[in-house]
Design a protein around this ligand. Sequence first.
Ligand code: ADP
Ligand code: MG
Length: 241
Amino acid sequence: PPPSKSAGAKPTTPAGEHPAYGACTRFDELPLSQKTKDGLRKAEYTVMSDIQRAALPHALCGRDILGAAKTGSGKTLAFVIPAIEKLYRERWGPEDGVGCIVLSPTTKLAAQIFEVFRQVGKCHSFSAGAIVGRRKAGRKGVEEEKACINNLNILVCTPGRLVQHFNETPNFDCSQLQMLVLDEADQILESGFRSQVDAILSQIPKVRQTLLFSATQTKSVKDLARVSLKDPQYISVHEEA
Ligand code: ADP
Ligand code: MG
C-alpha cells in the first residue's frame, strides 16, 4: 500500500475503525484511558502538536510508525502515550515484566524520556525505569539494576546498556515485549550502534508494535523499516513554508 503522508497542520485521517480521531486537536478527544488523560492534564498538556496529531491516532490503533518532525516538535509524547495505553489495555502489571523498550542514543535523552513517562504515567500502576550510562552506574549500580530490571514494565535505555543486560543479567526476559520505540532513530541506526541494535532485534519478539521517530527520515531508517516494521505509516510533518 502507498505510504500515507501528512504534512503541516493537516494530518491525514487514518484509514480504519476510528476515522474521526484524525481530526482531533486536543488530547482529551483521543480514545485514551482516564489515567492517561489525568496525567496529561496534570502536566498541562492540552493541545496536540502536529506530529502528535498525525501520529497518535495510528499508534493508538496499533500500527507501526516511521515518524519525522523537527527537534522540539513534541515527538516524545507521540510514543510515550501509545506505550502507556498499550500496556494499560493489555492490563499489564508489575509481574508481567518488560512490555515496552524505548531506545535512545544517549543516556541524557533516556533520562528526559523517562521523566515524560513519569509525568504522563503518574496515575498508572506500571513501573518504568531508565538505565543510566555504564560508567556512571559503576559495578554496584549495574548489580542493583540486574536485581530489579525484570520488575520494570517500561525500559528506557541506550542500545549498549540493553545489550549488556541481555549478556549479563540472568533471567532478563523480554519475551513478552509488546512495543519497541527508537527515538532519534536515525542516530540509533547509524553504524556505531548497528551490532547492538541487531543483537537487540534478535532477542525480542517479532510480533510487536514498532515506532521510529527522528528529526529526518534517513535512508538507514528506511532500511530498518524494511527489516522490521509492518505496513508502517510514514508520517512526516514539515513546517509551513
Ligand atoms: P522532540 O522530541 O520532537 O524534539 P519533545 O518531545 O522533546 O520534542 O518536546 C519539546 C518540548 O515541547 C518539551 O518541552 C515538551 O514538554 C513540549 N511539548 C511537547 N508536546 C507538547 C504539547 N502538546 N503541548 C505543550 N507542550 C508540549
Ligand atoms: Mg526527542
